[in-house]
Write a protein that binds this ligand. Structure first.
Ligand code: PLP
Length: 223
């Protein structure tokens, strides 16, 4: 199926999920995750109107940026090795995977300006996942105040691979609760207004629980 047709389906579902939860669909941005697909397919997404694109590797990011001549906002959604920070950080608009102080330190050193970061939280507690444990997020964000290049835009999580709706919903709810708690603190470096959660299989639930950025790969551009 063409990207435009898939996009229409996703936008309809997004709207319905927003309505079910009393939200405006304008408050939800779709990050089109192009990491699996060709440059041509990514271009289709841009032509279908998507302005936020997501990549999880430096090589993919550079290739797509060159091909598309930067006609998008770029989201880095994968785990970022400290040694790659210098190559990545000035090419992106959002980093979705800040999860350790050593990474923050490297960003502070290498970035030309302020970086919008999402703190990746391992809500489900699965051992193989990246991210900060929920009970440590507040302390981590407090420690980030000394790095003036880092702006905590919000929180991000990857839900477990499951069809269990209750489990998914619970995961998203927990992230939303932590986000509200941090937002309420009013720390100048951490407005923390955004929630990056929801992928192809679970974005409708994520929207019902407050997602402001959903990251869609498979359902939008194909594998
Ligand atoms: C690949 C990826 C996505 C998109 O996954 P789909 O299931 O294909 O929609 C979203 N977020 C992250 C962090 C990813 O690595």
């Amino acid at each position: 199926m063409e990207v435009a047709a898939k996009a229409l389906d996703i936008q309809t579902r997004l709207k319905q999920a927003a309505e079910r939860s009393g939200r405006s669909s304008e408050d939800i941005q779709i990050v089109a995750v192009t990491k699996y697909v060709s440059n041509e397919r990514a271009k289709e997404a841009v032509e279908a109107g998507f302005t936020h694109l997501g990549e999880n590797r430096l090589e993919g990011l550079m290739e797509k940026q060159e091909y598309l001549q930067n006609k998008a906002s770029w989201h880095f959604i994968g785990s970022l090795q400290s040694r790659k920070v210098k190559d990545v950080i000035n090419k992106i608009d959002y980093l979705h995977s800040l999860d350790r102080l050593s990474l923050a330190k490297e960003i502070q050193k290498r970035s030309d300006g302020t970086v919008n970061c999402f703190i990746q939280v391992n809500v489900s507690g699965e051992g193989q996942k990246h991210g900060i444990a929920p009970e440590k997020v507040m302390e981590f964000i407090e420690q980030l105040s000394k790095y003036d290049k880092i702006r905590v835009a919000g929180l991000m999580t990857m839900a477990p691979h499951t069809k269990d709706e209750e489990l998914l919903r619970n995961c998203f709810k927990q992230l939303a609760n932590i986000q509200k708690e941090i937002h309420t603190c009013g720390m100048p470096h951490a407005p923390c207004t955004e929630l990056s959660m929801g992928m192809s299989n679970d974005y409708e639930i994520a929207i019902e629980e407050g997602a402001t950025f959903i990251r869609i790969g498979t359902a939008l551009v194909g594998e």
